[in-house]
Design a protein around this ligand. Structure first.
Ligand code: ADP
Length: 449
């Protein structure tokens, strides 16, 4: 016998017993007044009515509980209705627990999508917004609460997006402008369920910018190499086709040599840049004496100037920098060579090391050269940016020197500062942070030229 059959038998037996008790009571009462049959019937009816009324009251209390908010406890009854209320309540609480667990899982899932760096937008079969994460809201200029259930194409009005959504061919992503000032977005749509759509957006502004920079860079390099190559080709033609005197031949060869040197310098700078971009940060525990660096760049500057300038190099005897000696040499050397190249004959150039109040240090080069107009200063560390291209060519520059300097300094945690006035001269400063510089016992030699 099942549990419920047993319970049914018990209930029938108890009802029967109550009915029998009522009838017996009625019989006893009827006998005393001489109406035993009527007494028995009335006793049965009273017992039945009593049982029915009690059942109805219990059922009504249960129905009342079921109609109202079910977070209240179910009515505690005895017997059938008590059992029913208990079972309904247990079922309800079980469902509530399952729903709460599902809600928790959904919340976790949504907060996972919320954490995505990409925008996620869910559209129903009619193209209404069902849900979107914060990134998508930012990409498309939506309000995640207010714009729910709105038609997406009413809010995302880019014609590219609207036609892509309408065409229904989602094999390829589309590129469209983001909401006001949001750059460029790449949007990928995937259909799922019964006509719903998942819209994924990614901000590709940076990617596009670096693509454009790479294209510019390749164009610039090609241009820079093509110019000396064209000149060389012209000279080769001249040499092979024209009968030149020995003096003319020597002159052409010298010019060819000049162009070759220019190309070599360009290739060397390009390799340096590529190396800087591709290698790990310079070590922070290898210490390079500033004095050694200054001595090396001083010798090069003197050779480049060939006595046309007064060059002073000083300080740094007590300083060391943590980093790459080759990179630092290249940065210091570039600044000094620029000072020599952009300072007319008779000018003065001073390079020195100075400690800073914050514990950092800086390498500073000051010249009395041609200077740089204010509007050019923010751009001079860009690759191939020249204030005056013809002058750079004259002085043999590649247009990459300062971008190498900037790279090196940034890799050492520092920055480049420039102060300049046209016609009066410039000061370039490589400022290094305290973590990258330290003092050591000074030796008293002075560097001068
Ligand atoms: P370049 O090979 O042309 O010298 P750089 O990157 O070293 O390339 O410098 C970029 C531009 O900055 C130069 O073309 C020049 O116009 C300007 N410049 C750099 N250093 C100086 C300086 N000391 N005085 C004046 N102008 C300078």
């Amino acid at each position: 016998m099942s549990r419920f059959e047993g319970w049914l038998v018990g209930r029938v037996a108890s009802s029967t017993a109550k009915l029998a008790l009522g009838m017996l009571g009625g019989l006893a009462a009827g006998k005393s007044i001489g109406w035993p049959v009527a007494g028995t019937v009335i006793g049965g009816i009273v017992a039945g009515l009593w049982m029915n009324t009690r059942d109805a009251r219990r059922a009504a209390r249960l129905a009342d509980w079921l109609h109202g908010p079910t977070d209240r406890p179910a009515p505690r009854e005895r017997g059938f209705w008590g059992e029913l209320a208990y079972r309904v309540e247990r079922l309800l609480r079980q469902r509530e627990r399952v729903i709460a667990a599902e809600r928790g899982r959904l919340r976790q899932f949504l907060s996972g999508i919320e954490a995505s760096p990409n925008g996620v937008l869910l559209l129903d079969a009619q193209g209404h917004i069902e849900w979107c994460n914060g990134v998508a809201a930012e990409h498309f200029g939506l309000d995640p609460q207010r714009d729910l259930h709105q038609r997406a194409t009413n809010l995302i009005r880019s014609p590219v997006f609207v036609s892509h959504l309408q065409e229904g061919d989602f094999a390829q992503p589309v590129v469209l402008p983001g909401a006001v000032d949001r750059g460029t977005l790449q949007v990928l749509i995937r259909a799922y369920g019964e006509g719903q759509k998942l819209v994924l957006s990614q901000d590709i502004t940076e990617h596009e910018r670096s693509d454009a920079m790479r294209r510019d860079f390749v164009a610039n390099v090609s241009h820079e190499i093509r110019t000396p190559l064209t000149v060389l080709a012209g000279f080769i033609e001249t040499l092979s086709q024209l009968p030149l005197s020995e003096a003319e031949r020597q002159r052409v060869l010298a010019l060819m040599q000049q162009q070759t040197t220019r190309m070599q310098a360009l290739v060397a700078d390009l390799l340096t840049l590529a190396q800087l971009e591709g290698s790990p940060r310079p070590p922070s525990d290898r210490w390079v004496g500033v004095r050694t660096l200054l001595e090396a760049v001083r010798v090069d500057a003197l050779a480049l100037s060939a006595g046309r300038h007064r060059i002073e190099v000083g300080g740094g005897a007590d300083a060391e920098i943590a980093g790459s000696e080759a990179e630092l040499l290249s940065a210091f050397g570039n600044l000094l060579s620029n000072a020599v190249r952009y300072t007319p004959e008779g000018g003065q150039i001073r390079a020195c090391w100075a400690w800073r109040d914050d514990g950092g240090g800086c390498f500073e080069v000051t010249d009395t050269g041609i200077g740089i107009a204010r509007e050019h200063i923010p751009r001079i560390t860009e690759r191939f940016y020249r204030v005056d291209p013809s002058r750079t060519r004259e002085t043999g520059g590649t247009g990459l020197g300062l971008s190498i300097v900037k790279h090196v300094v940034q890799r050492h945690g520092g920055e480049v500062q420039v102060e300049s006035e046209p016609g009066r001269g410039s000061t370039f400063r490589l400022v290094l942070p305290p973590l990258r510089v330290r003092r050591r016992a000074a030796s008293n030699e002075a560097l001068a030229a």
